[in-house]
Design a protein around this ligand. Structure first.
Ligand code: 4AD
Length: 457
């Protein structure tokens, strides 16, 4: 159907021209001689006003129902009320799809919790229009960042036989239905599709390292799956994961790359999503735009885990989970460190080896690893990052201590025998990044269909 996108009309490209526009009715208002509709086709956060002169179109009742989809022919004119806007004087209107009276988006504002009960319709609200525009712009600029710097984009497998994070929080992949035919787990796995236990990948890192040991600089950008039973505002079971892996990079090098990427994302959103940011600033986080501007013009803090623990203990703050050296930091601690202690994004470095993954480079102190998490105000951790253990013996030792099955990682281990080099990488959770740049506080509201423990729709 030939038609013009609403964003182009609002950009003023078609003034005084005859156009056809399509969209869904967002609001409608009837008066004695005139009627007004606001039409949205998803290409703009702003709606296009359609002005109906009842002397021209008299049968208007079907057009006025919210949610109805319309095709409108008319002339674009400058708005009388809003000087810098445009509207269409309708000459002909066709109903493309009627909308039931039960259409739930009748009121102007609904709570995000209520909107979650209707994932197929919530996308039609301003909030989700803005979220998905930002998400799209961010995704494109992540590719741009790496492509311009000659990283190779790698597609790592989603089905895997190894557990990258070693946390055992994986979704099984099996073609077996329920049955009691097998006496042992080994028998059961051997008879399965792959002849061994398989699962959905929690991270493309291990395969990413394989690629980086040949291509030098690579990145992956795809879904990761975690069967964590964490029912929190920042965990989903399926999230989008950006994972660069860089040969010859040590921890300070990868920290610099991570900071550059975050600043590139924020700068792009500031430049390309001005309307959306204004909306989020008004409705979700007062001062959001100023916050983002300040983030791009200052360096992030860098602090060791040990120093952060000391500062948390000195703070006198009452935390729900106790703080001591060696503890895994909880969201409340992470947020306190970035929001109160550092007041900006902070790379927390050198975590105790016991609370981190087997693949991280062991520091010479024998206690910590060359790992860093990027913690940001309002969200907590958005990046998990480390230099990788490049020494074969140390890697094998770390795996043994964790009781891992070495045979499942043969390819990965072999990299340390065939020209091993220092290398580093990180994982950025796309949804958490979107939360940070929009001020939306629940991860369920920045993804089309959130998958969380106990719910799937
Ligand atoms: O810190 P994580 O577990 O690190 C890794 O997976 C490494 N293998 C990455 C690497 O070095 N290549 O996860 C990285 C990021 C987290 O900081 C977070 O932003 C996101 O992935 N993430 C989640 N996002 C939403 N829901 C979940 N359940 C997430 N788990 C991790």
């Amino acid at each position: 159907m030939k038609h013009i996108d609403i964003y182009e009309i609002l950009d003023g490209k078609y003034t005084e021209q005859k156009v056809t526009v399509c969209g869904w009715v967002r609001t409608s208002r009837d008066s004695k001689n005139m009627a007004f509709l606001e039409l949205n086709d998803g290409t703009s956060l702003k709606h296009l006003q359609i002005v109906i002169d009842k002397a021209v179109l008299s049968e208007i009742s079907e057009f006025m129902k919210l949610g109805t989809s319309l095709k409108v022919e008319g002339t674009v004119v400058k708005s009388v009320v809003a000087q810098d806007s445009f509207e269409v004087n309708a000459e002909n209107i066709e109903v493309l799809g009627k909308c039931d009276a039960e259409y739930p988006l009748q009121k102007k504002r609904h709570t995000l919790e209520y909107l979650r009960t209707m994932p197929a319709l919530r996308v039609r609200t301003n909030t989700f229009n803005a979220v998905f525009r930002v998400r799209s712009v961010v995704s494109a600029c992540i590719h741009e960042f790496f492509q311009k710097r000659r990283y190779t984009y790698i597609h790592t497998p989603l089905i895997t036989a190894s557990d990258c994070e070693g946390a055992g929080e994986m979704f099984r992949v099996t073609t077996h239905g329920f049955n009691t035919e097998f006496k042992t787990e080994e028998e059961y796995n051997a008879a399965d599709f792959f002849g061994k236990k398989a699962a959905l990948s929690v991270s493309g890192q291990l395969e990413g390292e394989v690629a980086a040991m040949a291509l030098g600089k690579i990145y992956t950008f795809g879904p990761s799956f975690r069967a964590e039973k964490s029912n929190t505002p920042r965990h989903v079971a399926e999230f989008w994961h950006v994972e660069p892996e860089v040969a010859f990079a040590e921890l300070p090098d990868i920290i610099e790359i991570a900071q550059d990427l975050i600043k590139h994302i924020i700068n792009t959103v500031l430049n390309e999503c001005a309307q959306e940011l204004k909306f989020f600033d008004a409705h979700f986080e007062k001062g959001l735009i100023e916050k983002l501007k300040s983030v791009v013009s200052n360096n992030f803090a860098v602090m060791t885990y040990t120093e952060a623990i000391e500062k948390l203990l000195e703070s006198g703050e009452k935390f729900q989970y106790p703080v001591e050296w060696g503890c895994d930091l909880m969201t409340e601690h992470e947020r306190y460190i970035s929001e109160v202690i550092c007041k900006r994004p902070v790379f927390l470095t050198d975590y105790p080896k016991e609370i981190k993954s087997f693949y991280m480079k062991q520091n010479t102190d024998g206690k910590t690893v060359a790992a860093t998490d990027l913690l940001v105000p309002g969200v907590g951790e958005i990046i998990g990052c480390s230099e990788r253990e490049a020494d074969l013996d140390k890697l094998l030792e770390a795996m043994k201590v964790r009781g891992m099955n070495i045979d499942d990682y043969n390819d990965y281990i072999a990299l340390r025998r065939f020209g091993s080099v220092p290398h580093s990488g990180f994982g950025l959770g796309l949804e958490r990044m979107i939360m940070y740049v929009t001020g939306v506080q629940n991860i369920r509201d920045v993804i089309l269909y959130p998958r969380t423990v106990g719910t799937i729709s």
